[in-house]
Write a protein that binds this ligand. Sequence first.
Ligand SMILES: NC(=O)c1ccc[n+]([C@@H]2O[C@H](COP(=O)([O-])OP(=O)(O)OC[C@H]3O[C@@H](n4cnc5c(N)ncnc54)[C@H](OP(=O)(O)O)[C@@H]3O)[C@@H](O)[C@H]2O)c1
Length: 263
Amino acid sequence: MTDKQILVLGGTGKTGRRIVSRLRDLGHPVRAASRNGETRFDWDDPGTWPAALDGVSALYLMAPPLSADPTEEIDRLLRGFTGRVVLLSARGMAWHPAEDAVRNRAREWTILRPTWFAQNFSEDLFAPGVEAGEIALPTREGREPFIDAEDIADVAVAALTADGHDGQTYDLSGPEAISMRTAVEMIAEATGKPIRYLHIELADFREQLIGHGFPGELATVLTATLEDIAEGRSEYISDGVKRALGREPRSFADYVAATWPSR
Ligand SMILES: NC(=O)c1ccc[n+]([C@@H]2O[C@H](COP(=O)([O-])OP(=O)(O)OC[C@H]3O[C@@H](n4cnc5c(N)ncnc54)[C@H](OP(=O)(O)O)[C@@H]3O)[C@@H](O)[C@H]2O)c1
């Protein structure tokens, strides 16, 4: 228990709201921030930044979502901030500008580099496909060690509140890599609903993202991370959960069982 304020950006998102809930359970004063959150914070409106950061001693930082190079914004946000920063980054080179900006600016920092989240199937990008019974992706039979957002939240809370994580970069993955087809089959089994996995070409996937409003540069980066999966470049397991928490990460089967309890 402490009276030090913790600011959680993306406080309504898949990791942010889990972090807020854990911190509140532990008795920490927390500001859950986003454009529509309890505390207003909008990357596109720097006028909202100072009040959100006022009196804050630890910050969960999620970079501006539609920016391929957020160096300038992070630099500006952290100017004069003397607290601890935990950055949600991602596996892959494309996210290094945000990491460098945090390492250069923050006095104390921890970087979290997760793989694709399991919760994308229930709370985000792939959820409409699960609902509609058909998921079309350009990943072929490539495998990804999906990380559970619950594990990211556990690591983030440790880094925000405990000592020993300063200067650490935690590569976070689940314990085994599975293909999108296998993931979809496991969900279909748990929901009792048929869901088809279809392969589409990378260029078509990118066009779909643009159709959903993603800027071209970001659509290219996201498509490239799926190409990494297709080519088998992202199937390796990382030990960040074990290093940060001293325990193994949750499996995709754990996530499926928790999300779609047996009928
Ligand atoms: N999803 C994955 O598989 C995955 C994998 C690795 C890394 N990541 C990283 O995780 C981060 C979050 O991505 P996500 O897709 O998982 O989204 P998310 O955290 O589930 O949702 C995005 C959050 O950001 C807030 N937000 C959106 N636009 C904002 C803005 N202009 N200013 C301030 N807050 C804003 C949203 O709330 P409001 O709408 O209320 O603003 C929401 O709380 C990204 O940096 C991404 O690179 C994601």
